[in-house]
Write a protein that binds this ligand. Structure first.
Ligand SMILES: Cc1ncc(COP(=O)(O)O)c(C=O)c1O
Length: 377
C-alpha cells in the first residue's frame, strides 16, 4: 500500500467544473482585482468566522504583519510568539521592526498557556500571538485574561484552524467561540495545503473592529483609503491583495469546509483509537475544543529512523516543525535561551498521513507500521 502524506487532488475533482464556470464569468467581466468575487468571499468568510469584517490579503504571513502594522506595533515593541510555530509567525513580527519573543508551550498540548506567556512579558511587550497549532485552538481563557492584565493586543494566528471552536469560558462549557474571533483580529492562510486552500497563495484577517479592518485594507492596497481618489495614499502601504481568481476558488471551497472538517474529525478519532491501542501518544486538542484537525501529529522516539522505516513501507510523513524558532539561525540571537517543552517536542513530533478521505484501513496500516517501526528501534 502507498499512502501519501496529503492528497489535495481528490477533493478538487468534484468542484473543478463549478470553479471553471465562475472563472469564465470572471474573464468576461475582467474584475480581476477586488470587485464582486473578493467582496462575496470576504462576506462569507467573515460570517463563517463569526466576525463582522474579513479583509482578503496576499497570504497568511502578510495577514499577521499588516495587522500588527495597523495596530501601530513596530520598532521597539516586543511580541510574544510560541517557539513551536511555522517561522512565518515570527517573520511577520520581525518585518514590522518589532522583536518576536519566543515563549515555551505546554508539554502535552503544545500550545501557549498563561504561565508560558507570563515568562516572556517585559515592559516592551505590545502584543501576543497565540497559534492554533495543528488546528487545536488555544482557548480564549488561556489568553484573554493574561492579555488584559498586561494591556496587550491579541492576534490569533489561525492559519491552521479554519472553523475550530473552543469554549468561551472554562466555566461555560456549552458556549463556543470560533478561531480568529476572540482576539482583536484573527489571521488566516489559504496556502493550498491548508484546510481552506486556494489555487495559489492567499490570506485574510478577520475582526469586529471596523477601523482596524479599514486600515489593514488600506495598507494592503498601497495605502489607499476607501472612497478616496485612486492616487491618494494616506498610509505607506504596499500590494498585498487577495485576487479575484483565488477568492472565487475559496468561496466555492468554503461551502464544503464544514463537511471536510467533519471528515477530518472522524479520521482523527479513528487514528486516536488505533494509536492508543499501540500506546503511541497523539497531540490532541484541549478538552472542549472542536479542533479543525489540520495535521495529525504523533510523538515517537527515534523519529528520523521511524520516518525512514515508514517511507520504506510507502507511508509519507512530515515534521511540523523540526527546529523551534528560537533555534533557527535567523532568530537564535541568544543561544542560552532554553524552552524545553518546545525543544523536546521538536525532536519527537511526527505528522502522519492525514486528509478528509483517508480510509480506515489506511489509518490501520499507518498505525501498525508505526508501531512496528518503534519496536524495531
Ligand atoms: C501557523 C502559521 N502561521 C503563518 C503561516 C503563513 O501563511 P502563508 O504561508 O500563507 O504566508 C502559516 C502557513 O504556512 C502557518 O502554518
Amino acid at each position: 500500500m502507498r499512502i501519501p502524506f496529503n492528497d489535495l487532488a481528490t477533493p478538487h475533482a468534484s468542484i473543478v467544473e463549478d470553479v471553471v464556470a465562475e472563472v469564465r464569468a470572471l474573464a468576461g467581466n475582467s474584475r480581476f482585482i477586488g470587485g464582486p468575487a473578493v467582496e462575496a468571499f470576504e462576506q462569507d468568510f467573515a460570517a463563517y468566522c463569526r466576525t463582522t469584517h474579513a479583509v482578503g490579503v496576499a497570504n497568511g504571513t502578510d495577514a499577521i504583519e499588516l495587522t500588527l502594522r495597523a495596530l501601530g506595533i513596530g520598532g521597539g515593541d516586543e511580541v510574544l510568539v510560541p517557539a513551536n510555530t511555522f517561522i512565518a509567525t515570527a517573520s511577520a513580527v520581525a518585518a514590522t521592526g518589532a522583536t518576536p519573543v519566543f515563549v515555551d508551550v505546554d508539554p502535552v498540548s503544545l500550545l501557549v498557556t498563561p504561565a508560558s506567556l507570563e515568562a516572556g512579558v517585559t515592559g516592551r511587550t505590545a502584543a501576543v500571538i497565540p497559534v492554533h497549532l495543528y488546528g487545536h485552538m488555544v482557548p480564549p481563557a488561556d489568553v484573554l485574561p493574561f492579555a488584559a492584565k498586561h494591556g496587550l493586543a491579541v492576534i490569533e494566528d489561525s492559519a491552521q484552524a479554519h472553523g475550530a471552536d473552543a469554549p468561551a469560558q472554562h466555566d461555560a462549557p456549552g458556549e463556543k467561540v470560533r478561531a480568529g474571533s476572540y482576539g482583536v483580529a484573527g489571521t488566516f492562510s489559504f496556502y493550498p495545503g491548508k484546510n481552506l486552500g486556494a489555487w495559489g497563495d492567499g490570506g485574510a484577517v478577520v475582526t469586529d473592529d471596523a477601523q482596524l479592518a479599514s486600515r489593514i485594507r488600506s495598507l494592503a492596497n498601497h495605502g489607499r483609503s476607501e472612497g478616496t481618489d485612486h492616487y491618494e495614499h494616506r498610509y505607506i502601504g504596499r500590494n498585498s491583495r487577495l485576487d479575484a481568481l483565488q477568492a472565487t476558488v475559496l468561496r466555492r471551497k468554503l461551502a464544503d469546509l464544514d463537511a471536510g472538517t467533519a471528515q477530518r474529525r472522524r479520521v482523527a478519532a479513528v487514528y486516536a483509537e488505533a494509536l492508543a491501542a499501540h500506546g503511541i501518544p497523539l497531540v490532541a486538542p484541549l478538552p472542549g475544543v472542536d479542533s479543525a484537525w489540520h495535521l495529525l501529529v504523533a510523538r515517537v522516539p527515534g523519529r528520523e529512523t521511524v520516518r525512514r522505516l515508514l517511507d520504506e513501507a510507502g507511508i509519507g510523513t512530515g515534521v511540523h516543525y523540526p527546529v523551534p524558532c528560537h533555534r533557527q539561525h535567523a532568530y537564535a540571537t541568544d543561544q542560552t535561551v532554553s524552552l524545553p517543552a518546545a525543544e523536546q517536542a521538536a525532536a519527537e513530533i511526527l505528522s502522519l498521513p492525514f486528509f478528509p478521505h483517508l480510509r480506515d484501513e489506511e489509518v490501520a496500516y499507518v498505525a501498525d507500521h508505526l508501531a512496528k517501526a518503534i519496536t524495531a528501534l
